[in-house]
Design a protein around this ligand. Structure first.
Ligand code: TXA
Ligand code: MG
Length: 329
């Protein structure tokens, strides 16, 4: 199969819509990462998504809908606080987990009673979702375990020959996957950290919990238990106060004939003169937006990526550290 990359416009959205309504699967831009999209009411399309990615069959998909879509068609909204969250954070990088009305097929939800729903803010994605006017399920458009794609080219590198079309909507501005928030209970609970932070949610609804994933627990959001986001080269992760160890690991890799790169915030890079660097920027939002791009650049250039951790887990740093531990830890 030939994989075409087409910029988002009326014509490409029309082709994308046709492929989706025929039960096909395409690459779709969003503001977080690119998705591998299929219509969520079509079991055959959903099966293709799992096959193409090599995704474990117990890890459910997020349903994406446009901003005028009536959520009541898909899910049961049990608590009033949810409307405040929808008002404040959608369209945008927040996924809400509701009790499902089972319109989206069991293949997508892995037979569970809940459905994760997201309203992306990316303009091209909205255009496509409005044209299709159905729930479109989409995991990140990478091969399972690999780093999530933030450009059409990244999608192409993983899925060339496996899908007919990638809609090119430019580089994703968010850069890490959406916050996944369970809203089935009295108090919302973060299942996956992202750009909509615990602090931001608490400002709107007062209290927000964070799901703890302990060994042996029944996993509430299956995706969090898997290895994820890994670039195709060796990796290491150090704290900022361990720059001595960073330099030691760097030198050891050179002594073995390798080519190390240090991936870090700009201010850390300034302390590492004469070292190959993958600079992430200096605000948490900037760092999130560059993270996967730099990991994917790193795997092309480096034999070893040495990542330097964020100073804390507050705000967006929680989502960044969650990805850094899985990709480089
Ligand atoms: O930003 C994003 O969320 C991107 C873009 C494409 O929208 N999508 C994405 O999908 O990251 P994926 O499949 O890579 O991650 C979905 C996460 C997984 O951790 C999965 O376990 C969780 O959402 N999830 C999906 N449905 C769920 C449900 N019903 N209950 C709990 N967790 C769910
Ligand atoms: Mg993913």
């Amino acid at each position: 199969m030939q994989t075409l990359i087409k910029s988002v416009d009326e014509q490409s959205v029309e082709s994308a819509k046709k492929i989706l309504l025929d039960g096909g699967v395409i690459g779709m831009p969003t503001e977080t990462v690119y998705g591998l999209a299929g219509v969520g009411t079509m079991p055959e399309a959903v099966k293709k998504i799992f096959e193409i990615k090599g995704r474990p069959s117990d890890n459910p998909l997020i349903a994406h809908v446009h901003k005028h879509y009536d959520l009541d068609k898909l899910v049961l909204v049990k608590h009033d606080y949810v409307y405040k969250l929808i008002e404040k954070f959608t369209p945008g990088p927040l996924t809400l987990v509701f009790e499902s009305k089972r319109v989206v097929c069991d293949e997508a939800t892995c037979g569970g009673d809940t459905l994760a729903v997201r309203i992306p803010s990316h303009q091209g994605c909205q255009q496509l979702l409005q044209a299709v006017d159905m729930p479109v399920v989409a995991p990140s458009a990478n091969l399972s375990k690999h780093t999530s794609p933030v450009t059409a080219e990244h999608v192409y590198n993983d899925l060339n020959g496996k899908i007919p079309l990638i809609l090119d909507g430019g580089k994703c501005t968010g850069g890490i996957e959406s916050t996944v928030l369970d809203v089935t209970g009295e108090i919302p609970r973060i299942l996956r950290a992202g750009l909509v932070t615990k602090e931001m949610i608490e400002e709107v609804v007062g209290k927000c919990l964070i799901a703890e994933h302990k060994e042996g627990d029944r996993v509430k959001s299956p995706g969090v238990k898997y290895k994820h986001y890994r670039p195709n080269c060796k990796t290491a992760l150090f704290e900022e106060k361990e720059l001595d160890l960073v330099k030691k690991a760097y030198q050891e890799e050179i002594d073995c004939g390798g080519k190390p790169f240090v991936m870090c915030a700009d201010h850390v890079g300034e302390k590492l003169k004469g070292v190959n660097l993958l600079l992430l920027g200096d605000t948490p939002e900037k760092i999130a937006s560059n993270l996967y791009d730099k990991l994917l650049e790193g795997e092309r250039k480096a034999t070893l990526i040495i990542a330097v951790a964020m100073p804390d887990e507050k705000g967006v740093n929680m989502g960044i550290m969650n990805r850094l531990r899985k990709s480089c830890g």
